[in-house]
Design a protein around this ligand. Structure first.
Ligand code: KG4
Ligand code: ZN
Length: 340
């Protein structure tokens, strides 16, 4: 009998539902919330209200576009955390309700593990080329920056992580300094492709495989403030070069630790995950180093880098195979640790 998993993701500001059947993705529907652009960041209360409005149509559309009926669902997987509590509550309550109504198991999913397991998603456009264990994964999102050794689907070890801001946060905050809209990462990326990294910023000196981005964000802010005092139109004149420069600095910091870990641990299976892995500069940098260092590198398709339910359904599929089910008394966890 085939295994069909309905995945539900609602950890931040994207409401998403997906269906995976026997490990093959049939649908992945995402409703973005533009309302936050006005405020320069995600407003938690508005996010949970939008999830409430979106969740039923999104799940309905995911089932329709997968071409399956709700009675064919084998289990419901949902994001338990980490994330915004109000947002998580909408997805988890809905998942519990569906699982009870259909009398199918409930599966809890750690959002960060799901980002990493996005590298295993197989769909009609994405061939089945997946990392072998153990592999190193650079997990870079709006809330997290971690270098992870992945020994098995659910055996993941954090080698290093940011001690302050996440890489996505650095993109978003520097974008805000330049007056660009939220989320700044994709905007900086787009402008950077037409600019030149003319400005350099000093790199943090952090022990081991840990990261830090708050110093870079502050130097960027002070640099711009000083330049604007001399040349009032500095940001507009240099916008593309500023974007290329900050993007290069963030990528260099990320790549340095990844290369160090690969060398020291002797692992050449390298994967990327999380929203910032949509960055074309980072994708090129990793592909370039892969050539030079004989790495096998794996980068999820663009649509599976930022928040999506396909990765939640994929994780749910592996948990289903291990009969790892959750109780209906489970509660969301805003600050869920990395391992479950
Ligand atoms: O994984 P994600 O969708 O949500 C979290 O779990 O945080 O990541 C969102 C982050 C945001 O900071 C956004 O600016 C960043 O990913 N991002 C990018 C790009 N696309 C999204 N950063 C740089 N370049 C991009 N192309
Ligand atoms: Zn995420």
């Amino acid at each position: 009998m085939s295994i069909s998993i309905l995945g539900i993701e609602s950890s931040c500001d994207d409401t998403s539902a997906a269906v995976i059947c026997d490990g093959y993705l049939l649908s992945n529907i995402i409703a973005n919330q533009n309302v936050h652009t006005l405020y320069g960041g995600v407003v938690p209360e508005l996010a949970s209200r939008a999830h409430q409005r979106n969740i039923i149509p999104v799940v309905d559309q995911a089932l329709k576009s997968a071409g399956i009926s709700k009675n064919e669902i084998s289990a419901v997987a949902f994001t338990r955390g980490p994330g915004l509590m109000g947002s998580l509550l909408v997805g988890s309550s809905f998942a519990k309700g569906i699982s009870l109504a259909l009398d199918v198991p409930l599966i809890e999913v750690n959002h960060l593990q799901a980002h990493i397991l996005a590298n295993f998603i197989v769909d009609k456009d994405h061939a089945n080329r997946v990392p072998s264990f153990p592999f190193l994964c650079l997990l870079v999102s709006g809330g997290h920056t971690q270098l992870v050794r992945v020994n098995d689907y659910f055996d993941m070890q954090i080698l290093g992580q940011t001690i302050d801001d996440a890489a996505g946060e650095a993109f978003d905050k520097c974008a805000k300094t330049m007056g660009l809209p939220y989320p700044g990462g994709p905007v900086v990326n787009k402008l950077a492709t037409e600019g030149f990294p003319a400005f350099t910023f000093s790199k943090p000196r952090i022990e081991g495989y840990n990261y830090s981005f708050s110093g870079l964000k502050t130097s960027f802010l002070y640099f711009i403030r000083d330049q604007v005092q001399i040349i009032p139109g500095f940001i507009d004149d240099q916008l593309k070069n500023l974007c290329a420069s900050i993007q290069k600095s963030i990528i260099d910091i990320l790549m340095d630790k990844l290369m160090l870990a690969s060398e020291e641990l002797g692992i050449k299976e390298i994967a990327l995950a999380g929203g910032v892995s949509a960055n074309t500069g980072l994708r090129s940098a990793i592909t370039f180093e892969a050539e030079k260092r004989s790495w096998n590198c794996y980068i999820p398709a663009f649509r599976y880098t930022t928040d999506n339910a396909a990765m939640v359904a994929m994780t749910g599929f592996y948990k289903y195979k291990q009969h790892e089910f959750a109780s209906h008394s489970i509660v969301p966890a805003a600050r869920l640790g990395f391992t479950l």
